[in-house]
Design a binder for this molecule. Structure first.
Ligand code: C2O
Ligand code: CU
Length: 478
């Protein structure tokens, strides 16, 4: 009996979860006996998947439409929103590494937009950034078509008027599965965000100088577009959370009282050595892939909280905020799963002989124009000179933050490794496209420029800082 149980538990999580794609092994394995208990993402936190209308198992072909809609972020509470296919977050896009993704996109908004595939290593002309394509006009369509090369947790969002479009609901999760995924009983996306509402209960219009400077944060905390949600958990169960920070400027220092997290993946997919931690930290744009084991007893509950974090200039939350209630069902416990194995090794990038480039992040107040100015190398987008490099090059950048405030750094199109922070070598590098750059910190990163020439954006992922100039271009020439 026990052996059968253990065997069933060893089946990939996808077999236990109707909602989560197909697995080639499913055709040969005996039909899985469903484990009793809830499917948490089926109800409370479910993000409806995109509908794949292509019968080819290696092609995911979907329709996506940006349009206005009503967003019910809590029972009976609705705001006028911008949506993908009428939902916030937008449809969950599921693929396997190596699949071709085709997105028939229609812009039904009254303003231009694009889609950027945050973290996907796509060709430059599919990247949705300001230099990749002209904005898609109201009423117009665009076909995105590319191969999804890497397994991991990614997301999509516009790269036009980000402060308004993303705040109002335009963002969605992307799950790309690899050949070997760690076992878990249930799995789902956890998309974090916050909403700033005006006195009328609607999403507040872009704010004053303080908001432009600090970045927008709002009092309503959201998980998968919902406030005050509950997540069922069964004692003994293992859940895999693919966490995405989609907030404009909110940083997340996340804890679940009485529980620990096992980090199994970062921006670039599974990491070689899982790490057990009490807290998670995600800057805007960041992803973490974690396992949460149901260590409490049947009937217990615990609150997922965002803990205080000061990110400079008095910005950031000063009291813990509740994000989600994890409620244990009354079901009898299931046996716990063994600790997960690691992902593929990360070969440390050889940086000897490469002259580092310095990329500084700074800010000033333009009192005459009554605006804040955020700069890269002392200039503001679009006036920052491009960094020009060639296919095949190894790049080493010293990211230097001369301001007091954190400026989380994002590079489009390439995963990089952190080499050192303030001169201290990074012990075990991982693949990232999004890292924290603290106030007055200096971080050295390295990446290889593969054969995807074109223009790639790099910027702070606090959206108000992008809007006020903290963005620039890496120009990769063939
Ligand atoms: Cu999510 Cu230009 O980034
Ligand atoms: Cu910034």
């Amino acid at each position: 009996m026990l052996t059968i149980h253990v065997l069933l538990r060893a089946l990939p999580a996808v077999l236990l979860l109707g909602a989560c794609g197909t697995d080639p092994a499913a055709s040969v394995a005996p039909p899985p006996t469903p484990r009793p208990g809830p499917d948490p993402w089926a109800a409370a936190l479910r993000v409806a998947p995109a509908v794949d209308r292509n019968p080819d198992p290696r092609v995911v072909e979907i329709d996506l439409e940006a349009r206005m809609g009503d967003w019910e972020y809590a029972p009976g509470r609705r705001v006028r929103a911008m949506t993908y296919n009428g939902q916030v977050p937008g449809p969950r896009i599921e693929a396997r590494a190596g699949d071709t993704l085709v997105v028939h996109f229609t812009n039904r908004l009254e303003e231009p937009t694009t889609i950027h595939w945050h973290g996907l290593r796509v060709p430059a002309n599919m990247d949705g950034g300001p230099h990749s394509q002209p904005p898609i006009a109201p009423g117009a369509t665009f076909e995105y078509r590319f191969v999804v090369p890497d397994a991991g947790t990614f997301w999509y969002h516009p790269h036009v008027h980000e402060t308004a479009q993303m705040e109002r609901g335009l963002y969605g999760p992307i799950v790309v599965r690899g050949e070997r995924e760690p076992a878990a009983d249930v799995e789902g996306v956890v998309v974090l965000d916050d909403l700033l509402l005006g006195a009328d209960g609607q999403i507040a219009p872009p704010g004053d100088l303080v908001e432009q400077h600090n970045g927008r944060e709002g009092a309503v905390s959201l998980v998968n577009g919902r406030a005050g949600a509950e997540l069922p958990m069964r004692a003994g169960q293992r859940q895999r959370w693919r966490i995405i920070n989609a907030g404009s400027a909110r940083f997340y220092r996340v804890a679940l009282l009485g529980h620990r997290f096992t980090i199994i993946g970062t921006d670039g997919g599974l990491i070689p050595t899982p790490r057990v931690v009490d807290e998670l930290f995600l800057v805007p744009g960041d992803r973490l892939d974690v396992l949460v084991d149901g260590v409490a007893a049947a009937g217990a509950s615990a609150t997922l909280q965002n803990l205080p974090y000061a990110r400079g200039h008095g910005a950031g939350i000063t009291e813990a905020l509740d994000l989600l209630r994890v409620r244990y069902t009354a079901d009898a416990p299931v046996p716990r799963l063994a600790p997960p194995g690691g992902g593929p090794a990360v070969a440390v990038i050889e940086t000897g002989g490469v002259t580092p480039r310095t990329v500084t992040f700074s800010e000033r107040i333009d009192r005459d124009a009554k605006r804040v100015v955020f700069m890269i190398n002392e200039r503001s987008f679009p006036d920052v000179p491009d960094i020009v490099t060639r296919v095949g090059a190894t790049e080493v950048w010293d990211l230097v933050n001369t301001s007091e405030m954190d400026h989380p750094f994002h590079l489009h199109g390439f995963f990089f490794q952190v080499v050192s922070r303030n001169g201290l070598p990074e012990a075990a590098p991982t693949w990232e496209d999004m890292i924290q750059l603290r106030g007055e910190e200096r971080v050295r990163i390295a990446f290889r420029v593969d054969n995807r020439p074109g223009h790639w954006m790099y910027h702070c992922h606090i959206l108000e800082h992008v809007e006020n100039g903290m963005m620039a271009t890496l120009n990769v020439i063939p």
